[in-house]
Ligand binder design. Structure first.
Ligand code: GLN
Length: 366
């Protein structure tokens, strides 16, 4: 792309963008309102030299939507009763690039609970406050935490948390975040997520209440952590804040923008605000690559090669460093708790657009 075209694209940022509607028709829609972050600093939006071309992404996203919309495998999470009630046919795909172009198709305006994807951003917040080394030392970043031949998981783990993206590690991470009261801590977390998304986010109260009434397993984990001095605030209060963060509502578009902030060195491409310290981004992405899809992470790295995070609400966000992020929402999950359609779509798009980071084609060597 030449300099002139780039200048035109910069001028368009924050005013209007082409959006693909659910019906597949093109419409021009102002994103300015949606992009207004709570108390966002106005900053100059810089242009990424490696952001993908919008037209190309648009065509591939539409192809993926058509190809996988008939997929019926998987099942909604039902251990949180409220999630079983979500329409399992909902399906939305959103891409946000580091130069703040957005492409959406399908149900990208329906809020769903962020669930475990929240863990990434609480990790980011803990790293903002404590620095990388302290968080690494207290939480760790091991995919399983087991010795190569150990048959036993949790109590065998040398750190007793393992990594920030499994429940125990995520609850411990929440306990590291400062705040005089759990309410203050929660307000800080919600506000931080909003700045990462460049939008105001709110709690889905029905999901929160439903999980809070049934989360005995997470409470047990928090006490097990306490036994090993691996939780840094009151165990049940930490589980409660953790349950709230998992119940934050996001649309696919908002989630893609949260991912694009990571892809863009921690600066939100819509607001220009440096929300996450630049130096923390590679480590956050490495944790996502190791454990973002739980026991599906190895297969995901093998087939897709992108840092990503799933949630039992049916969302997955994958990061293409420097280029942007893709978020897909489709509730039915596989055995490991990862959205079936979301995995299929992201794998397809990553292959078509040479996004796999382990492929030399991702940096232009064809
Ligand atoms: N809130 C859910 C839980 O703690 C999150 C799980 C997930 O999204 N994988 O079980």
């Amino acid at each position: 792309m030449n300099a002139m075209n780039r200048a035109v694209r910069v001028a368009r940022v924050g005013t209007a963008a082409l959006l693909l509607t659910a019906a597949g028709a093109l419409s021009v829609s102002s994103l300015a309102a949606a992009q207004a972050a709570p108390a966002a600093k106005k900053a100059t939006v810089t242009v990424s030299p490696v952001a993908p071309r919008k037209g190309e992404v648009q065509a591939v996203i539409q192809e993926a939507y058509e190809k996988f919309k008939g997929e019926t495998r998987g099942k909604n999470a039902d251990y949180i009763p409220e999630l079983a009630k979500v329409d399992s046919k909902l399906f939305g795909i959103a891409v946000v690039s580091t130069d703040n172009e957005s492409v959406v198709v399908g149900d990208t305006k329906t809020p769903f609970s962020i669930q475990s994807i929240a863990k990434v951003f609480s990790l980011a917040l803990a790293m903002e406050e404590l620095g990388r080394d302290k968080v690494f030392q207290k939480i760790g970043s091991e995919p399983t935490g087991r010795p190569f031949n150990s048959p036993i998981a949790v109590v065998d783990m040398p750190t007793h948390t393992g990594n920030p993206l499994v429940n125990a590690g995520a609850i411990a991470t929440v306990s590291l975040i400062s705040g005089k009261t759990p309410q203050e801590k929660w307000n800080k977390i919600l506000n931080f997520y909003g700045r990462v998304a460049g939008d105001k986010l709110t709690l889905i109260d029905a999901v929160y209440k439903s999980e809070a009434a049934t989360n005995t397993g997470n409470k047990a984990l928090s006490y097990l952590l306490a036994k090993y001095d691996r939780i840094y605030a009151d165990p049940f209060e930490s589980v409660d804040v953790y349950t709230k963060e998992c119940s934050v509502g996001v649309t696919a578009l908002q989630l893609a923008r949260m991912g694009a902030t990571l892809a863009n060195n921690g600066a939100n491409p819509a607001t220009g605000e440096q929300v996450i310290k630049r130096e923390n981004v590679p480590e956050i992405l490495s944790a996502m690559m190791m454990a973002g899809l739980y026991d599906g992470s190895g297969g995901w790295a093998w087939h897709v090669g992108l840092p990503a995070k799933s949630g039992v609400g049916g969302g997955i966000v994958a990061i293409v460093p420097g280029k942007g992020a893709i978020a897909v929402f489709a509730p039915p999950l596989d055995e490991a708790g990862n959205s079936v359609k979301a995995q299929e779509v992201i794998e397809y798009v990553a292959n078509r657009l040479d996004y796999n980071l382990y492929s030399p084609a991702s940096v232009g060597l064809k």
